[in-house]
Ligand binder design. Structure first.
Ligand code: NDP
Length: 393
């Protein structure tokens, strides 16, 4: 069997490292790394490029270029710096691409991989939120395969039988509930970055950890699921499940539900996508259901977690609203991490940006081009920045 050629976008992040860990453990010769990218962690990137024999690596941050060049000196590995270099890495011929850049910064490189018809493993959800329709159109044109890596969507991908689509009543994304699952609004109001990033079950990058706390992550995932599984938002439910063992469920017409279970370790869904349509071994802890004993499920509380409603409304509004939602959230999360606004202000800033955006755009059509998405993203950032300035402590 010939090696599957691989490119990793976001190789130095939580998902990127987990992917490299699996590649390192796989059968010798199973994977052949073509390109690796990062934003600014040049030394870690160069080390991984040498270790995995990559042909090319790129940092998005131009300022990190010289450090990357220096760290690769004496090797045959080519390198580049700047956002275009990252998109170039994605455009290089490789069978399989891990899209693990965080945020809307992933949009252009992911699109480059989709456009050339690659098998793209989607960890990044923001690109689908901002440009889901365009991304799916491009995939249909190029023949690209989109594999969900987000644990919930990966679970649903495994339980969702496309041949039975007409019998599928709804899908359910589970949510751990984050660190504030049981917290009062007062506690949430006082919470700082340290409390917000302390995710109870998953170990993840800073942005997605903060996104999980107000359940904005789940809101983005609702939109991601609507695109990936071609469902209206009414058929995408959310259930709080603090143990994070059941990752996603599909309910069929006969009342039966199919679910996928596993310990909360991203290496399981990543391995599923990496080996797909085959399977591979992982070192992930095995699930001992008898030891676990009980699993619990709760309906989310819309009063304490308004982000879920904001995401649903943005999807229903359509047009540029999801891109504004995502951009505003990125700005608000960064402002929260920088201590400029409080935890509850994240959803408040996003809500304000969405309202302002809707007033400005009226009933806008879905962005017809990637440039229109980028424009909506920039607009969302400006609106959120204005909201942050108003809310700043
Ligand atoms: P991390 O913050 O850990 O890593 C992000 C990666 O993207 C790093 O390699 C980083 O490089 C790179 N990066 C950051 N900014 C840019 C930029 N402007 N241009 C190019 N590359 C950039 O994130 P995660 O691994 O946690 O998450 C990645 C994506 O996967 C997110 O969209 C997240 O929502 C999704 N996801 C993550 C899960 C998880 O368990 N972590 C679970 C499910 C989905 P550098 O290191 O140099 O900064």
């Amino acid at each position: 069997m010939s090696a599957r050629t691989i490119t990793l976008l976001g190789a130095t992040g939580s998902v990127g490292r987990a992917t490299l860990d699996l590649i390192a453990r796989a059968e010798a010769g199973a994977y052949d790394v073509v390109a690796l990218t990062a934003n600014s962690q040049a030394l870690e990137l160069a080390e991984a490029a040498r270790r995995f024999g990559a042909r090319f690596c790129a940092v998005a941050d131009e300022a990190a270029g010289p450090a990357l060049g220096e760290a690769l000196a004496g090797s045959a590995i080519k390198w580049g710096a700047g956002p275009q270099a990252v998109a170039d890495a994605a455009a290089m011929e490789a069978d399989w691409v891990m899209a693990a850049i965080v945020g809307a910064a992933g949009l252009q490189p992911i699109l480059a991989a989709v456009r050339r018809g690659a098998c793209v493993a989607f960890a990044n959800k923001e690109a689908l939120v901002c440009a889901g329709v365009l991304m799916l159109e491009e995939a249909a044109r190029s023949g690209a395969t989109l594999l969900p890596v987000d644990s919930e969507h990966n679970a649903i991908f495994q339980a969702f039988d496309p041949a039975q689509r007409r019998h599928i009543r709804r899908i359910i994304l589970t949510a751990s509930g984050g660190p504030f699952h049981n917290a009062s609004l007062d506690t949430m109001r006082q919470a700082g970055p340290e409390q917000a990033v302390a995710h109870p079950t998953w170990s993840m990058g800073a942005k997605i950890s903060v996104d999980s706390a107000p359940m904005m992550n789940k809101g983005l995932e609702i939109i991601e699921a609507c695109h990936l599984f071609a469902l209206p938002q009414e058929q995408v439910d959310v259930l709080v499940h603090p143990e994070s063992i059941v990752h996603g469920l599909v309910e069929y017409a006969d009342g039966g539900m199919l679910a996928q279970l596993g310990c909360p370790d991203m290496r399981t869904p990543i391995a599923h996508a990496l080996a797909w349509p085959d399977r591979m071994d992982t070192p992930v802890e095995r699930l001992d259901l008898a030891k676990l004993g009980a699993l619990s499920f709760f309906a989310p509380d819309p009063g304490r977690f308004p982000a879920l409603g904001l995401a649903r409304n943005a999807f229903i509004a359509g047009g540029t609203a999801p891109a504004v939602l995502n951009a505003a959230n990125e700005v608000a999360v960064a402002a929260f991490l920088a201590g400029q606004i409080g935890f509850l202000d994240i959803a408040a800033a996003v809500s304000e940006a969405l309202d302002e955006g809707a007033r400005a755009a009226g009933a806008s059509a879905a962005p017809a081009s990637i440039d229109a998405v980028i424009e909506a993203d920039a607009h969302g950032r400006r609106l959120a920045q204005a909201a942050v300035s108003r809310l700043a402590r």
